[in-house]
Design a protein around this ligand. Structure first.
Ligand code: ZN
Length: 142
């Protein structure tokens, strides 16, 4: 795709995806900016600290994350972000939306893809229809 405007795509769509990633991971454990950068790169998103930190701030301002400074393993003070109760509620709602979106965008696209013609393995013999045995009336002998 040569006409792909990466900046436009980022601004319009991907920023939202990154926020979902951040909230999702913050639900599992407190996160720091550097870890998020590495994680998002692992997913193929080349995101700079200059993009990430304002994003984290915004999530915090929305009340979905809260942060605190603490001394990390290498004796550096780091800012740790935690998911708040409100953030967890948002994440819950997002999960349903993502399932719905996945169903429509992925599952249905697969379902409507051209299929191979259906072939029977072998001829199927028609079942011999069993006629119900005619009930005979017994004649009573006098
Ligand atoms: Zn992730």
């Amino acid at each position: 795709m040569t006409s792909l405007d990466a900046k436009l795509l980022t601004r319009e769509i991907l920023l939202g995806f990154w926020k979902v990633h951040i909230l999702h991971h913050a639900a599992a454990h407190p996160i720091i900016g550097q870890w998020v950068l590495t994680e998002l790169r692992r997913h193929g998103y080349d995101i700079s600290p200059g993009t990430l930190y304002p994003l984290l701030k915004r999530l915090e301002r929305n009340g979905w994350l809260r942060s605190e400074e603490a001394v990390g393993g290498s004796n550096h003070r780091r800012r740790y972000y935690h998911l708040t109760t409100r953030g967890a509620t948002v994440m819950e709602a997002l999960r349903e939306t993502i399932v719905e979106l996945h169903h429509e965008v992925i599952d249905e696209a697969v379902a409507h893809a051209p299929r191979k013609p259906f072939r029977l393995v072998g001829p199927i013999a028609p079942r011999a229809a069993k006629k119900p045995a005619a009930r005979r009336r017994r004649r009573r002998k006098p």
